[in-house]
Design a protein around this ligand. Structure first.
Ligand SMILES: *Cc1c(COP(=O)(O)O)cnc(C)c1O
Length: 415
């Protein structure tokens, strides 16, 4: 068993490491070439321009480096949930169009407008507050109209539509706002053939026709999330809004789109020791050794995003071997069973918790299936003390050549 040598030229060169990770022994390595490859896959499948969704700190991958890599790979815009996320991207120097679509009463609409953030509005109240903020700044705000076409979450509700449209037409007439886009979000995008997908698109088209009739038509439309972008090019309109696909996650379980998981989570083996037969391991001794064995401790726990409900059900890859995780997953550490011969594992070896799966190792999707969730949740919870490192693996043979994007370390961009 050998520990990878960081100076080995065969390994991808880190192009950025966040400066002071709290637990440098636990690493989320993010392959920016995988991000670029995945953007290319979505562009090819949808035939549309891409709004790379980098909310929730880029689904746990780091919003700023992911945004840069996605834009360099041909994405044209960025999407986030809340204004603070958009302002953080602006503060990092990203000047691409950014849309933020989730707002509460005290949000700084003026700050967002001043920073050139496109606010997607979901109600007359929000539109009114955008207008107030734009007037106070003496400027024209660029907005998107988020229409509730059936998800029944955000978006202008059907029973408010005609009043909203009248307000918007008046605001456009007085040049207080420019309508950049109309958008909606699919309820069943991961069931490509479900009739609701086409129905939601039809409702968005109808709302658009209404705004056009009132002289307040949008420049562009978008509704497709990752699964729809990959399977329903007919829904793409002008742009698609993929999130999970960009990260190489699993938009539709069981379907292979040739995406590459961008994040590999690995920890350094902290301790290797002998365990006699009949001994319980970790809290409550839920696992008891049946034979003399060797165990190892890896410094990753539920505070780092390893789901405690997966206790005793994960596998960890060291070198080319899988070892079972045993006993309770703790806040900071897990224990793995190396077997009677210790499997050749030594302290300091790298233990892969999940990664690309390209050589059969565990994946975030496998964790998700183990605990009954989706990889979105697994990935977006990776953080805490984890050190993020960005590499360029060269995975993008079939993708456009992109320049090395991250010349200098970006201090303070982890949030
Ligand atoms: C999160 C989100 C997306 C991206 O969804 P994926 O399923 O990750 O592709 C797109 N649009 C909106 C409004 C979202 O909230």
């Amino acid at each position: 068993m050998t520990t990878p040598d960081p100076d080995d030229p065969a390994l991808p060169t880190p192009v950025q490491t966040d400066p002071v990770p709290t637990n440098p022994a636990l690493t989320a390595t993010v392959d920016l070439d995988a991000i670029a490859h995945n953007v290319s896959v979505v562009r090819a499948a949808s035939g549309a321009d891409v709004i790379a969704v980098v909310k929730a700190d880029g689904y746990g991958h780091g919003a700023v480096p992911v945004a840069r890599a996605a834009l360099e790979a041909g994405a044209t815009e960025l999407g986030v949930a809340v204004i603070g996320e958009a302002l953080a991207l602006r503060a990092a120097g990203l000047d691409a169009p950014i849309t933020a679509w989730l707002h509460t009463n005290d949000d700084d609409f003026g700050g967002a407008i001043a920073a050139g953030v496109d606010l997607a509005v979901s109600s007359r109240r929000q539109l009114g507050r955008v207008l107030d903020a734009a007037r106070a700044l003496g400027t024209t705000a660029t907005i998107s109209v988020k229409v509730d076409t059936g998800l029944n979450r955000s978006g202008v509700a059907a029973d408010e539509w005609s009043d909203f449209a009248a307000d918007l037409a008046a605001a456009v007439a007085e040049e207080a706002v420019t309508v950049r886009a109309m958008m909606c979000h699919l309820a069943r995008g991961d069931e490509p053939e479900h009739p609701l997908n086409s129905e939601q698109a039809r409702r968005l088209d109808t709302a658009r026709a209404d705004l056009v009739r009132r002289g307040a038509g949008p420049e562009v439309m978008h509704l497709a999330n990752s699964p729809a972008a990959l399977t329903r090019p007919d829904l793409a309109r002008d742009l698609v809004r993929p999130g999970i696909a960009i990260y190489g996650g699993v938009p539709i379980p069981g379907r292979d789109f040739g995406l590459i998981p961008a994040m590999t989570l690995s920890g350094e083996v902290a301790l290797v020791k002998r365990l006699p037969a009949g001994q319980g391991v970790s809290y409550s001794h839920t696992w008891v050794s049946e034979r003399d064995t060797m165990i190892a401790v890896v410094p990753a726990g539920y505070a780092d995003g390893v789901p405690r409900t997966a206790s005793g059900r994960l596998r960890v890859r060291i070198g080319d071997r899988d070892f079972p995780q045993i006993g309770r997953i703790c806040m900071d550490q897990i224990v793995i069973d190396l077997g009677a011969d210790g499997g050749g594992v030594r302290e300091g070896d790298r233990a892969e918790l999940f990664g690309t799966g390209l050589t059969g190792g565990p994946t975030a999707q496998e964790w998700a299936e183990t605990v009954g969730t989706i990889d979105y949740e697994i990935l977006s919870r990776i953080g805490g003390r984890t050190a993020r490192t960005y590499v360029r693996s060269g995975h993008t043979a079939d993708a456009p050549q992109v320049p090395d994007p991250v010349g200098e370390p970006q201090v303070g961009e982890r949030r």
